[in-house]
Design a protein around this ligand. Structure first.
Ligand code: NAD
Ligand code: LMR
Length: 323
């Protein structure tokens, strides 16, 4: 093995998402098939034993890219030298709850972890917040880490993006990968706006029935998480892990000019208040995201984007009280 290992932290390591995610990372799906990974599994004290069991299973898989596995309940130890952090550890919502309802239960987790990242992580750290409400938890972690550049804190909206691709592909009877220039604007919450205005297939604009788009597609993508909880009895796990892999891989390795969706701290694009962690159309290039700028938004698009700005401003106001 010639390449240096990447130091990767997964929080919530005894949980459902981590049980898929860790294997995908260790298989080379994020950093490449010839890049070893040094895995750190962070858990709360009550779940460290279970995380040790997960670590034993990882070890038993004899995966050639794992250069080390550490299990800990110490955030400062976990984030020491961290280059990639998947912040998954947080309570999932139950039936009838909204993702925003989880802010009071989960928000404080991201103050402590943001501080530990600030003090201990490597200069090139990339942080992907998965735990809900993901955008505002990323806002909190960013705020708690003033010495780390804001663009190092992302939230996961790739699952929404993948859901939108899949549902549109089924409608058009094509493959998800055939669709380009789709975006999910805003918040990983009920106001999210899966937008097919610019979407193309083989360079040709996508055309669908407008009523299907507004009355079925947009609400179904936005409420898919709740639908999974209703049907499966537990929140999405393998699809969430897969989306986390897609997000971090594209952040690190780029998207070869193709659009995807990432929730990143706004620097004012599209009128989004600076600092809100917002889903934008992005292209991955040279290890960073570039927002696709200068798209024209019609009144309906503007209204939907603004609804997300309002929702995130309300969550940020609650989050600010936690400090
Ligand atoms: P889970 O309950 O199976 O596992 C969560 C784990 O996190 C538990 O083992 C728990 O002990 C641990 N944990 C709690 N606080 C922690 C802390 N301070 N440090 C480290 N670990 C901690 O839940 P899950 O199904 O893995 O989901 C995790 C989170 O991801 C939930 O908030 C869920 O809503 C969210 N989620 C987000 C998306 C998305 O698209 N952004 C998708 C799916 C799930
Ligand atoms: C999802 O979208 O599947 C997750 O955010 C889980 C949830 O609570 O919906």
């Amino acid at each position: 093995m010639t390449k240096a290992p990447v130091n990767v932290v997964v929080t919530g390591a005894a949980g459902n998402i981590a049980y898929s995610l860790l294997w995908r990372i260790a298989d080379g799906d994020v950093f490449g098939p010839d890049t070893p990974v040094n895995l750190t599994l962070l858990e709360i004290p009550a779940a460290v034993r279970a995380a040790e069991g997960t670590a034993m299973e990882l070890s038993d898989s004899a995966l050639p890219l794992i250069s080390g596995i550490t299990v800990t309940d110490s955030a400062s130890l976990a984030f020491d030298g961290a280059q990639a952090a998947f912040l998954v550890g947080a309570k999932p919502r139950g039936k009838g709850e909204s993702r925003a309802d989880m802010l009071s239960a989960n928000g404080k987790i991201f103050i402590g972890q943001g501080q530990a990242i600030n003090e201990n992580a490597a200069d090139d750290v990339r942080v992907l917040v998965v735990g809900n409400p993901a955008n505002t938890n990323a806002y909190i972690a960013n705020k708690a880490a003033p010495d780390v550049p804001a663009d190092r804190f992302n939230a996961m909206m790739r699952l929404d993006h993948n859901r939108a691709l899949s549902m549109l592909a089924q409608k058009l009877e094509i493959w998800p990968n055939d669709i380009e220039r789709l975006v999910v604007w805003g918040n990983h919450g009920d106001t999210q706006f899966p937008d097919i205005t610019y979407a193309t297939v083989d360079g040709t604009p996508v055309q669908v029935d407008r009523t299907w788009y507004t009355d079925e597609f947009i609400p179904r993508v936005a409420k898919r998480g709740a639908e999974i909880i209703e049907v499966r009895g537990k929140s999405s796990a393998a699809s969430a892990a897969s989306a986390a892999v897609d997000h971090m891989r594209d952040w690190v390795q780029g998207t070869a000019g193709k659009w995807t969706t990432a929730a990143i701290p706004s620097t004012g694009q599209y009128g989004v208040d600076e600092g809100l962690v917002f889903g934008f159309p992005v292209v991955g290039e040279n290890g960073a995201w570039e927002v696709v700028e200068k798209l024209t938004l019609d009144d309906e698009q503007r209204r939907r984007v603004d609804a997300n700005i309002d929702a995130l401003k309300q969550e940020a106001a609650i989050a600010d009280e936690l400090f």
